[in-house]
Design a protein around this ligand. Sequence first.
Ligand code: 3HC
Length: 383
Amino acid sequence: MYNAAEIQQVAVIGAGDMGHGIAEVALLAGYRVHLYDIKQEYLDRGVKRIHDSLAKLAEKGKIDADTHERSRQLLHPTTDLSEAVSAAQFVIEAVPEVLKIKQEVFQKLDQLAPETAILGTNTSNMSISDIASVTRRPERVVGVHFFNPVVLMKLVEVIRGEKTTEETMQTACEVCRKLGKEPIRVEKDVPSFIVNRINAPIRVFLGAVVDAGEATPEEIDAMVRDAGEPMGPFELLDYVGLDITYDSMDYRRQVLDPEYGPFEALEKLVKAGHLGKKTGQGFYDWSNGRPAIDLSKKTDVISFRDIQFVKLNEATKLIEQGVSNAKDIDRAMVLGTGDRVGPIEACKDVPPEEIAERLDELASRYRKAILQPTALLRTGGYR
Ligand code: 3HC
């Protein structure tokens, strides 16, 4: 297997929202990058987005002219998978979040990429072990989960599958550092890992508030933005893509608990083909760019504290299961979502009994057992 210093050629499989961003940061780090997609039109769109983003960085003086030119030269787009991976030392897959598609891709990658290459998957939620199981090299398969927009968000969750070796984990972390990212290790292969898992009950909770007609997405976003966060939760869903959110919630419904499933307002929009920013309409109208949220409309039905309590509670589930620790969880939330502080730090001065009492109230008001406080939360042992 390669160590990070020997890696010079990277292949990115899928040129969509995540793939084009991953390819861009690899180019900026000086890697030769083969970018693959199944259709020329998808590839062209991804390449244009890379060129536009590089131009934006150059225009703002964030990269110099040489880096700009070198990054463009290092990019090799192709619709031939064999050409993309046959000399790659590190492959990152970013194809749609459907296990069957990912497994088909991994089967081919295993046949076409050098035996020694590391195969990374940018899955947002799915089991690394399930994806690795179709290859003859599960020890060199690893989760490398980036955040949107890749060029700006600093976090990569590096996830260990059941058979991933320590050497693979270390090489993946080192490559992520070279990409200018901060890797956070996820030692157990659990659904949605850290950040998406902690945000999972937030989607359920806020979706229930909207479905009950107690507050609109804009009123909730206004409250969150007013608290100083960079994006409101519904604006973020539109930004990431409602289809992606729907599929993630559906996956968690199947593998974690039915209560994690999609909420009605989301389901209606997805069925109508309103997928957020990329289609121009979602919870908001994006036809004139980022929605202007009127902060004076903020709801008082629920508070920003409630959101922090729900996140903290989910974080305690991850600590209880040995998936991560308080420090890494807080760091991951800040780097992956722009939250000003992580959930554990945010709640450190609030007595656990007060948090547990409010969570019990929310769980019964919205009939969601997944919001009930964990044993660790009740004892305050997370602090
Ligand atoms: N390329 C280059 N530069 C870009 C860019 C791009 N693609 N996109 C934005 N920029 C630049 C802008 O030009 C701007 O530059 P300036 O500061 O020099 O003017 C700067 O980045 C900031 O952009 P904006 O002014 O448009 O907006 P914000 O200040 O709000 O920052 C943000 C944008 C960083 C996206 C911020 O809103 C944020 O942190 N939002 C939360 C994002 C988040 O939570 N992401 C995680 C989603 S979940 C996920 O990815 C999981 C996965 O599994 C789906």
